[in-house]
Design a protein around this ligand. Structure first.
Ligand code: NI
Length: 167
């Protein structure tokens, strides 16, 4: 396994619309294993293939406290959603910045596992946020797209400032 490089905003490749996964082979399973390793190494709760410059419709997530409930969703789509919640979100492609985003509070998604088997998953709270956030990545969207222009520019300025301090 290997740790993959995570693209950072404003890298234009984050705007790529991912393609449906049609082949469930060892190459795909290797990508999933590498994405898990990358997500855990970077202390994220979710990672979309888009973020590691692989433009296929899949993401991994683990919202458990013990990092022991890995899940992969291949070709995911939300088939039902309800309610609204506002939670603070971060993103491995936006190091050091966080913002409140409004999302559905409950979602039901259909996806395939790494072997191509279809399953459904119902989620609320953090997992519901994660599913919606990662699905956005596969459509070339990022969480700051949900903010007002003013909030977004403030956040991006803060990120730029931190980047200057860090370099
Ligand atoms: Ni993200």
């Amino acid at each position: 396994m290997s740790i993959l490089t995570v693209l950072e905003f404003p890298d234009p490749r984050l705007r790529t619309k991912a393609k449906t996964v049609a082949v469930f082979d060892d190459t795909l399973r290797q990508l999933v294993a590498d994405m898990y390793e990358t997500m855990y190494a970077e202390r994220g709760v979710g990672l979309a293939a888009t973020q590691v410059d692989q433009h296929l419709r899949l993401f991994v997530m683990d919202v458990s406290d013990g990092n022991d409930q890995p899940k992969v969703l291949v070709n995911p789509r939300i088939i039902e959603k309800r309610g609204a919640q506002v939670e603070q979100e971060g993103c491995l492609s936006f190091p050091g910045v966080f913002a409140n985003v409004e999302r559905a509070s409950w979602v039901k998604a259909q996806a395939q596992d790494a072997d191509g088997k279809t399953f459904e998953i119902e989620a609320e709270g953090l997992m519901a946020v994660c599913i919606q956030h990662e699905l956005d990545h596969l459509d070339g969207k990022v969480f700051v797209d949900h903010l007002s222009p003013l909030k977004r520019s403030m956040l991006l300025k803060r990120m730029e400032k931190q980047r200057r301090v860090a370099s």
